[in-house]
Design a protein around this ligand. Structure first.
Ligand code: SF4
Length: 372
């Protein structure tokens, strides 16, 4: 991401991936402390963590895998230097080779339309989060809910992301800052819900995530925890039995856990993703999906209906369909409000009401999302 330096990304990866330790003997030769072969260490690392460490960040590699022309490379590199391209291989496997218009590819590959001059009203911080950032790591915009920036990186960098310019490096937290944020939540007894967002909260190790969630469970006025994550969609192996057990464990005060995933097109939901959604549902979590309405990707009533049907096949309800947040670099994804309303009207004719997401726009100064 822009604002996420290579160094911080590397350190994030290092924090998530166990490494063989090394030390020096008396002859100053570097030898491993344990003679564990690297393959064995790899096997000890959960599959999802290995996949997270092995995301594609080089546009040339992505173009090569998909058989696309290297003519696209200069624009892709230019876009990636502004906001790093980042895409898990499990997501790439769902893309159609030789198709520049593939709806999954278009979400992740920088193209030259990112460099066009944005219309008036586009900004680096379209939702005014800087003003609602009372302490590093906290965004407090809405009554009764507070959002914690759980970590500074995602498994995938979506080209339309409203946080593509978010200063994650200023929100990288020491343990002390972390505890101060928990104190902020403890002291504000009007709060009843904590939203874990990011970056992607599920990109954190289980140990770190459970520590945070159990601390929140101990705050008596908090009734539910909402996890905003795209990991079950892009790396479904993240939904392990250990994760589900930790999120639903009863030793601490039980809380409602709501998982809001993010898929924009039915093609994102293959059988492995479907299994992950069902497992979360079967573990007792409420699973919802939010999407962004994106020109050239899902701005078609049939595509939106197919997404809702596919989600519900795996017991996941469509929640929000967001109009694009006007962030600089994403202007080419905008769908006019009038078109968006017409699409939703078509969906209402084709689907039962519970499968039609709420069309909303987020306005920086408003106390809630604005229904359209
Ligand atoms: S996963 Fe969410 S927060 Fe991360 S880049 Fe995509 S839209 Fe942004």
């Amino acid at each position: 991401m822009q604002g996420t330096t290579q160094k911080s990304k590397d350190s994030a990866k290092a924090a998530e991936t166990p490494m063989p330790q090394a030390s020096k003997n008396s002859d100053s030769m570097v030898i491993p402390v344990h003679s564990v072969p690297i393959e064995a260490v790899d096997k000890l690392t959960p599959s999802w963590q290995r996949q997270l460490s092995d995301v594609i960040e080089d546009p040339a590699e992505l173009l090569h895998i998909l058989g696309l022309s290297t003519d696209l490379l200069p624009a892709a590199l230019a876009g990636s230097s502004d906001f790093q391209m980042r895409v898990p291989r499990a997501f790439v496997q769902r893309m159609q080779p030789n198709n520049l218009h593939d709806p999954l590819l278009r979400q992740v590959l920088p193209l030259d339309d990112e460099q066009t001059r944005p219309p008036a009203g586009y900004s680096l911080d379209p939702l005014g989060e800087a003003a609602a950032n009372p302490k590093p790591g906290i965004v407090h915009k809405y009554r009764r809910r507070v959002l914690l920036i759980t970590n500074g990186h995602c498994a995938v960098n979506c080209r339309y992301c409203f946080r593509r310019h978010f200063p994650y490096e200023d929100n990288h937290l020491s343990l002390q800052a972390w505890n101060e944020n928990l104190d902020y939540i403890r002291q504000d007894t009007t709060l009843n819900e904590v939203i874990l967002s990011g970056g992607d909260p599920l990109a954190s190790s289980d140990k770190r995530l459970f520590k945070l969630i159990n601390s929140i469970r101990d705050i008596p006025h908090i009734q539910r925890i909402r996890i905003h994550t795209r990991l079950p969609i892009v790396i479904p192996d993240r939904i392990t039995d250990d994760l589900l057990a930790g999120l639903t464990e009863q030793a601490h005060r039980p809380l409602n856990i709501i998982v809001v995933v993010h898929a924009n097109h039915a093609q994102e939901i293959d059988d492995a993703v479907g299994d992950a959604l069902l497992k979360m549902n079967q573990a007792g979590m409420t699973v919802l999906n939010q999407s962004v309405l994106l020109a050239g990707i899902n701005d078609c009533a049939q595509t939106l209906c197919d997404l809702s049907e596919r989600l519900f096949q795996y017991r996941t309800l469509p929640y929000y369909l967001h109009l694009l947040d006007p962030v600089i670099g994403a202007q080419h994804f905008d769908v006019p409000e009038k078109t968006a309303k017409a699409l939703i009207e078509e969906c209402l004719l084709a689907l039962p009401g519970f499968l039609v997401p709420k069309l909303v726009r987020e306005i920086a100064s408003e106390g809630s999302k604005t229904p359209i």
